[in-house]
Design a binder for this molecule. Structure first.
Ligand code: GLC
Ligand code: CA
Length: 538
């Protein structure tokens, strides 16, 4: 890690999906002024950075990940003046702003693409990939071929995602120049970092089976972020192709590429043959193995890592990994403890801090996500409606996109009129107001957890060590620095007996326990502070 990465270890990030966070003007769509209203709520939690999903101009085929102007704000979200007020209000509260940077593709409504598709000799033609016929059999992430026929010039263009998201051709130096210009535009306005959307797909090898990790990837990343002008900013790449071999190249302290990445091994373990819509049984050993593996890779290589279970593309963690009904409080608090006391930067997704569970509906009309709808349309003839909707409820990205529930009032306090996507169906039971005002709540536990993490450098710089025995049905690890040592015990089983002979002071518990006796209840977690000599495992 370089000096900057060491500093970034102190970050705690909260992700906002602006469309669904808070509507300030009653049109049913979240907006920037709505975010400003809620900054104190976020600050209070113990957060010091916000990752804002795209707020740029967009026709919203993929809710803002299809950008038609990188240097202006989406009309429904407000204006550049609102944005400036928002970043000022964040900075006043010592909250950093991390913007979303979508480098792999634009919207088909972007002026570059509108020009590009006009004629083969248009100056913007080579901003995108055009070919007489599909160059390979790559599939779009959202279904169908990644090559779309375009009548105007009788050629095909590449889109790794929706048809309205054509891939930019990074081989073209003009594209690289435009995109560094975008970075500089926002850095000049004071942004503190970028989350880089599917970054490892910007370099492509058309002969390869997969779209990502092309031969010029590192050159392009260095070009974007290795420049002195932007050397102070925080960068996290969404890198589905990150692995033990390339992670040092992407994030090494001397590499001038990224501060850190999101990798997805722990998320993908529940993904049947890559299909997120096929419900999977939760297998603790698989998830824990993935977490342990990456904790060790990053620690052994002295790299900065990220800690997350949720974002705007994932179903809610308590529904996927634990119990979202009668053990909802225990599940949400245990998962948070398990994830966020490991080594790395915590990323909390809006609603996670109040234990939001998946949304359930048997009506496809309640869904808005392009990936979900494409999946439904291409399977509804062959798969029974019941089975299809079960899969969609399990895996749909809309699970994390229903409006944030602020209260049990009209539209959950999100808006004064009907939201763009149905209100979260459990908002009367699960909402921020109820959580803030109740002593035993996920929100108040998150506050304690983040305060604990902040209170000791052992959780930030300390050594991580997995000490779980596979037969325990638990995840247990140690964090230690100098003479301070903490043991984090997270139990997944009913009345589990975990034989750890440890004496220590309980510094956090989701069951209010006052002593450790080796027996743990379902989804119980406890954090013990020990002095090294006291630890003796049997
Ligand atoms: C990333 C985003 C996702 C988006 C896709 C295309 O995976 O997180 O929401 O649909 O890229 O931009
Ligand atoms: Ca609005």
């Amino acid at each position: 890690m370089n000096e900057q990465q060491k500093q970034f270890q102190n970050m705690v990030v909260y992700q906002i999906y602006p469309r669904s966070f808070k509507d300030s003007n009653g049109d049913g769509i979240g907006d920037l002024n709505g975010i400003i209203e809620k900054l104190d709520y976020i600050k209070e939690l113990g957060v010091n950075a916000i990752w804002l999903s795209p707020c740029y101009k967009s026709p919203n085929e993929d809710n803002g990940y299809d950008i038609s102007d990188y240097c202006d704000i989406m009309d429904e979200f407000g204006t550049l003046a609102d944005w400036k007020r928002m970043i000022d209000e964040m900075h006043k509260r010592d909250i950093k702003l991390i913007m979303d940077f979508v480098a792999n593709h634009t919207s088909s409504e972007h002026k570059w693409f509108k020009e590009s598709r006009k004629s083969k000799d248009n100056p913007y033609r080579d901003y995108y990939y055009w070919a007489d016929k599909p160059l390979n059999d790559w599939k779009s992430t959202f279904g169908g071929s990644a090559w779309q026929y375009d009548e105007a010039t009788d050629q095909y263009y590449l889109h790794s995602f929706a048809v309205g998201q054509p891939d930019l051709n990074w081989e073209n130096p003009k594209v690289r120049e435009e995109m560094t210009g975008v970075i500089d535009f926002w850095v000049d306005l004071g942004v503190d970092g970028f989350r880089c959307d599917v970054l490892d797909q910007i370099s492509k090898d058309f002969d390869s089976e997969s779209i990502g990790n092309g031969p010029r990837l590192h050159e392009y990343i260095k070009l974007l972020f290795g420049r002195p002008k932007v050397s102070h900013i925080f960068t996290v790449g969404e890198c589905w192709g990150a692995n033990a071999d390339n992670i040092r190249l992407l994030t090494g302290g001397d590499r001038k590429e990224l501060s850190t990445v999101f990798q997805f091994d722990h998320i993908l373990v529940g993904c049947c043959n890559g299909c997120k819509f096929i419900p999977q049984e939760f297998v603790l050993d698989d998830v824990r193995d993935a977490l342990v593996k990456w904790q060790n890779i990053m620690q052994d290589n002295d790299l900065l890592t990220t800690l997350f279970f949720e974002n705007h593309d994932q179903p809610r963690s308590i529904s996927k990994y634990a119990n979202d009904t009668d053990k909802r409080y225990e599940s949400a608090t245990m998962l948070a403890t398990m994830m966020f006391l490991q080594k790395g930067i915590p990323f909390i997704y809006q609603g996670q801090e109040i234990g939001t569970a998946n949304y359930c509906s048997d009506n496809i009309g309640d869904f808005r996500d392009v990936e979900t709808i494409n999946y439904y349309n291409s399977n509804c003839k062959n798969v029974s409606e019941d089975k299809l909707m079960k899969g969609i409820n399990y895996g749909s990205r809309d699970n994390s996109r229903h409006p944030m529930s602020w209260s049990k009032g009209l539209y959950g306090g999100f808006s004064e009129s009907e939201p763009w996507i149905p209100m979260y169906n459990r908002y009367k039971e699960i909402n921020a107001e109820a959580d803030i005002n109740s002593e035993k709540s996920v929100y108040n536990y998150y506050k304690q957890l983040l305060a604990l993490r902040k209170s000791s450098d052992a959780f930030i710089n300390g050594i991580y060590e997995n000490i779980t025995d596979n037969k325990w049905g638990a995840y247990i690890y140690k964090r230690s620095l100098d003479n301070e040592e903490y043991i984090v015990i997270c139990n997944f089983e009913d009345q589990n007996k975990i034989n750890l002979d440890i004496n220590g002071e309980i510094v956090l518990s989701n069951t209010n326990r006052s002593s450790v006796n080796g027996i743990y209840s379902p989804y119980e977690c406890v954090v013990l502070k020990c002095t090294k000599t006291e630890v003796d495992m049997v």
